[in-house]
Design a protein around this ligand. Structure first.
Ligand code: UDP
Length: 339
């Protein structure tokens, strides 16, 4: 019988791409999502792409009773992959209590569910943001953490700690903390992709919306960083590569806690990304240099050696494909899933 995975937040950007990769790898997939920042259409399209069905339940992971009821119905689950959570950095500064309440509560419910239903594996959507204002790059999994610059980052940091403590008390449990760098792009089919609510906070969706004419220009936050062209450098990773990292994590999970960086190991500046986007898509992206955005670091990129050695995972796609697939999705779905 196929292994079954439960994806919380499985209708979201990373969750939907991961649901697809699990289906393609032969897993049965159960998705829970409250659709507060996602669309059921993403699940329908995942089903079509994989030619397989997903069990979808609209619920909020903080609702422990609803989770219990679902887990009683679906039978043995091999892993919970926990994506659900609030994720807007700026909003987290305005609404810290809501962020701590929602993100920590949902993680605690995941732990309780794993305990009650003997679920052997938890994979958590962590972030390179747990490294805070890191002094040295590339970041390795043993680099210092903490010193996060916003409540969103602190929730990731705290949930990592909660899961470590839970694993210590539960020797048979496997916990994998996946620290994502900067996921961008979309499935090459253009059927699923990133669909942010309102004005995008992140670079790639903003660039896409400028390219299709939804916004007049990109603001580039600072060109006086100590980087080759003065703009911030990040480790962009294709969302399909990132999704595959979750399947690899489940396939290799053993009792105990493991932490992996999921990045390409290469940094690109804001202007390099913009120029690549323009070149591969043959489209203009007007931009203006503005002040730095508070809390941004100059350079952030991963050392992704550990994931290669232990999970047999490496990113396959480069920046050209990331930009091509992001634009393909945006052109096919100018208003995201709301068409
Ligand atoms: N950035 C930018 N304009 C934008 C959004 C982002 O210049 O509208 C820059 C930002 O300063 C950083 C990089 O793009 O150097 C990536 O930012 P993003 O918010 O996508 O990810 P972060 O690494 O901050 O989580």
């Amino acid at each position: 019988m196929a292994s079954k995975v439960l994806l919380t937040g499985g209708a979201g950007y990373i969750g939907s791409h991961t649901a697809l990769e699990f289906l393609l790898a032969g897993y049965e997939v159960v998705v829970v999502d409250d659709l507060s920042n996602s669309s059921e259409k993403a699940i329908e399209r995942v089903e079509k792409l994989a030619d397989k069905s997903v069990r979808f339940e609209r619920l909020n992971v903080c609702d422990g009773e609803a989770m219990r009821k679902l887990l009683t119905e679906v039978g043995a689950v091999d892993a919970i992959v926990h994506f659900a959570g609030f994720k807007a950095v700026g909003e987290s500064v305005q609404k810290p209590v809501e962020y701590y309440r929602n993100n920590l509560d949902s993680a605690l419910v995941v732990c309780e569910a794993a305990k009650e239903f003997n679920i052997p594996k938890i994979v958590f959507s962590s972030s390179a943001t747990v490294y805070g204002l890191a002094e040295r790059v590339p970041l390795v999994e043993t680099s210092p953490t903490g010193g996060c610059t916003n409540p969103y980052g602190w929730t990731k940091y705290m949930i990592e700690q909660i899961l470590r403590d839970f694993a210590k008390a539960t020797p048979s449990l496997s916990v994998t903390l996946l620290r994502y760098f900067n996921p961008i792009g979309a499935h090459p089919s253009g059927e699923i992709g990133e669909d942010p609510l309102g004005i995008p906070n992140n670079l790639a969706p903003f660039v896409c919306q400028v390219a299709v004419g939804r916004r007049p220009k990109l603001n580039v936050f600072g060109n006086d960083y100590p980087t080759p062209d003065g703009t911030g450098v990040r480790d962009y990773i294709h969302v399909v590569d990132l999704a595959k990292g979750h399947v690899a994590a489940c396939d290799h999970a053993k009792p105990g806690v493991k932490v992996y960086n999921l990045g390409t190991g290469r940094g690109y500046s804001v202007l390099e990304l913009v120029e690549t986007f323009k070149r591969v898509n043959n489209v203009d992206v007007p931009y203006e240099i503005v002040d730095r955005r508070p809390g941004d670091v100059a350079i952030c990129f991963a050392d992704a050696t550990l994931a290669r050695e232990e999970l047999g995972w490496t990113a396959q796609y480069g920046l050209d494909e990331m930009c091509r697939d992001a634009y393909n999705w945006q052109k096919k779905n100018p208003n995201g899933y709301r068409d």
